[in-house]
Design a protein around this ligand. Structure first.
Ligand code: ADP
Ligand code: MG
Length: 704
């Protein structure tokens, strides 16, 4: 007799793309929970790595626990009860546990429901800082320890080994994740692709990918827990190598494609430029001259320029941008400049308009709120210089003959926007300008497909800005300093973090500050700008501040980039402890532009974190954007260092640009060599497929 299975009993053919719900122990409900963690397929699940590891091979006995240290022990429950403190009526759940060497008391505050988890005799693993009085009978204590109930059946997955600890979400505990991960890893790790070319693996002594994935979940007995927790185990390094390799291969492909494309060969001997430079009230710095020469040589070549100009705030990038725009215009092309905020686009427009008026050029502004949309002027070529925000890359904006596109403050725009802008013309030259000093390693990663120029010199006569932290008790001193600067004829910025009072964060609002400063300085003109002010009013206020009609400009961080008022010599940043380091540095860059002694006052309110303290210290210690950037990277870690996500490159889950710099360099070398030798990757179909997936079509987008 044969047994016929009903159709519905057939499991679907399992591949790495099979939805996670078909993994044993998952099912539809948990699949939804996993989706929240970004896990949709079996492959996603296999790449959902623990955030830490716990060595449960030799759990400590109670008598061996040491005070003041984080410790993990396995015990048996003796008593479990909720007690209520007499005065504050706080509920404390108290658990007493023991092993053969002693007792341990654990307390959890305001979590009375924990009581139902524990029964006498139940085995439990507890991790926490050991406290208490060593001389009392129940001398050892842990407050709010992590716990995990274990049974004898849990051996091998949850105890007697190095166990992975996963980030959980409501509805599924770390232990449950560990259980199903154990099943998934044992059943499906064979689905993991080895897309890395063999010779690269050999040259870099990379262990097999399947081993690395398994090891990163359930490490072998001999593994080094601290290396695992530091993310520097052999398995982690292999995973990091792969992440970097996919990133760098993508960048190499982008770079190569652009090299192969035909671009415009501009004539760079240019009288518009000469005339413009003659009209400037200053001599270009050596660095500016050098960068202009680099740009000219790019523009002359029949290949599209792809250059990043990287220079600290105030180093004079605008002039450089304008020179290249004038080259494009004299060659009969249009040039555009895209800025990240309306305020900045408006300022650029005003400045550039003024500078080129005498040259008889037609400059227009295009933002989402600018009136009289100049669409026809742009599409029919009457506008030669087009300044705008991301409104420039909207579908319906058509250029007549875009020869050069400049992106200011690049870190706010990503690879995708860059590509969209590029397609507005026929392989126009692209120039990207960023004021955010990026540590070299990060520049290499984020802009690996670009040529990089660095302006490493400030215009002559700049004095270093004096930066000092004040606390709210010294407001009188701050007022006195502002008064002093104003009396010398200088102007001041006062920057607030938010525009409205938020009770929760107790932030002082710009509007409130505006009112307060009007009272403090009744005889001074005070202006206010923030993101919600109508752009006409904003333009009016900015131009008054620029012309000296306003003494104090109260503002939110809308003034962070690009604003240029050389007579402003003082900036007060209120609630400085709440700002990020890069942002503080950007803000500070608004002053010190006029050759006057300048002051940046950071007003901080207690309490603030260790990190905030480090940020404020760094600001006091240095004005060097590169040092600030290194410090910022060190404080924040690369994860959210100005949003790699929005930059359009694949996310790095395991790899860390700072920690794994050697791995990055090795992977980059291999990636660029591979693309050089085999630009179509035809001998590595699996790699090609993986790249497409990781870059989510972004490589396609840039392809012709
Ligand atoms: P950023 O690089 O931050 O965009 P800007 O282009 O706004 O800097 O320039 C900052 C200020 O320095 C402006 O007022 C500009 O006119 C001035 N500037 C630019 N180049 C020079 C120079 N070579 N000598 C003196 N001042 C300069
Ligand atoms: Mg600028």
């Amino acid at each position: 007799m044969t047994v016929h299975k009903k159709n519905s009993n057939y499991a679907p053919q399992i591949t790495k793309d099979t939805p996670v719900q078909y993994v044993k122990g998952v099912g539809p409900a948990r699949a939804r929970l996993f989706e929240r963690l970004g896990v949709k397929t079996i492959e996603d699940l296999l790449y959902y790595f623990p955030w830490r590891y716990e060595d449960r091979k030799n759990l400590k006995k109670v008598s061996d626990l040491s005070f003041g240290n984080p410790e993990t022990t396995i015990c048996e429950v003796l008593t479990a009860e909720v007690v209520t403190t007499p005065r504050k009526k706080m509920k404390i759940f108290e658990l007493t546990v023991k092993d053969e060497t002693g007792f341990l008391k654990c307390k959890w505050f305001n979590q009375p429901y924990l009581e139902r988890y524990f029964k006498k005799g139940q085995k439990v693993i507890l991790s926490g800082i050991v406290k208490g009085n060593p001389y009392a009978r129940f001398g050892l204590e842990m407050e709010n320890p992590d716990f995990e109930l274990v049974g004898d059946e849990d051996k091998f997955i949850h105890t007697s080994r190095i166990v992975p600890v996963y980030n959980a979400t409501e509805g599924i505990s770390p232990k449950q994740i560990r259980t199903l991960m154990f099943n998934a890893v044992s059943s499906y790790s064979s689905l993991i692709d080895e897309y890395m070319p063999e010779d690269i693996r050999n040259r870099n002594s990379l262990p097999p990918m399947r081993w690395a994935v398994k090891e990163a979940h359930f490490p072998e007995e001999c593994a080094d827990v601290s290396a695992l927790n530091g993310g520097v185990s052999r398995a982690h390094k292999r995973l990091a190598f792969n992440e970097f390799f996919l990133l760098e291969t993508g960048l190499a492909l982008l770079k190569r494609r652009e090299i192969l494309e035909h671009g415009i060969s501009f004539n760079v001997e240019n009288h518009l430029v000469d005339e413009f430079l003659k009209s400037l009230p200053f001599e270009l710095t050596g660095a500016q001259k050098r960068i202009i020469a680099e740009i000219k040589s790019d523009m002359r070549r029949p290949l599209p320029m792809n250059r990043l100009v990287h220079g600290d705030v105030g180093c004079g990038k605008t002039v450089v941008a304008l020179v290249s725009m004038l080259i494009a215009v004299e060659n009969g092309c249009q040039a555009c400049l895209m800025a990240p905020t309306e305020l900045l686009a408006e300022q650029h427009f005003i400045n550039i308009h003024k500078m080129v008026e005498a040259l008889g050029l037609n400059v227009v502004l295009l933002t989402s709120s600018s009136k009289g949309k100049p669409f026809d002027d742009i599409s029919e070529g009457r506008s030669q210089l087009i300044i705008g925000t991301h409104a420039l890359i909207q579908e319906h904006v058509k250029f007549n003959n875009l020869g050069l596109a400049i992106i200011d403050e690049q870190h706010r725009f990503g690879v995708v926007q860059r590509a969209t802008l590029r397609r507005k013309g026929f392989n126009p030259d692209i120039l990207i300008m960023t004021a955010t000093p990026i540590p070299r390693t990060l520049a290499m990663t984020l802009y690996g497909d670009l040529d990089i120029s660095i302006i490493d010199e400030l215009p002559k006569g700049r004095k270093p800005i004096i930066t000092k932290v004040f606390f709210s008790s010294r407001k009188d001193r701050i007022i006195a300093l502002i008064k002093e600067e104003l009396s010398k004829g200088r102007q001041a910025y006062i920057v607030y973090p938010l525009i409205e009072e938020s009770e929760k964060l107790d932030l002082k609002s710009a509007i409130e500050g505006f009112e307060a400063f009007k009272k403090i300085f009744p005889d001074k003109k005070i202006g206010l700008v923030h993101g919600r002010i109508h752009h006409d009013e904003r333009e009016a206020v900015m131009s008054q501040f620029k012309s000296g009609g306003i003494d104090i400009l109260v503002a939110t961080t809308v003034i962070e980039v690009g604003i240029d008022v050389p007579n402003a010599s003082l900036m007060l940043i209120v609630h400085a402890e709440r700002f990020g380091l890069a942002q503080l540095h950007q803000l500070r860059g608004r002053i010190g532009r006029g050759g006057y002694e300048s002051y940046c006052l950071l007003l901080a309110y207690h309490p603030f974190s260790e990190e905030a303290k480090r940020r404020l210290k760094a600001m006091e210690a240095t004005g060097d954007g590169f040092k600030i950037a290194e410090e910022d990277l060190a404080i924040r870690g690369p994860g959210d260092f100005f949003g790699t996500r929005q930059s359009g490159i694949p996310e790095l889950k395991i790899a860390n640009i700072v920690r794994d710099i050697n791995v990055l360099e090795a992977a980059r070398k291999e990636a660029f060599a591979l693309v050089e030798a085999e630009p179509d990757l035809s001998r590595h179909p699996l790699l090609k497929e993986t790249l497409k997936k990781k870059w989510m079509g972004r490589l396609e987008l840039i392809k012709s």
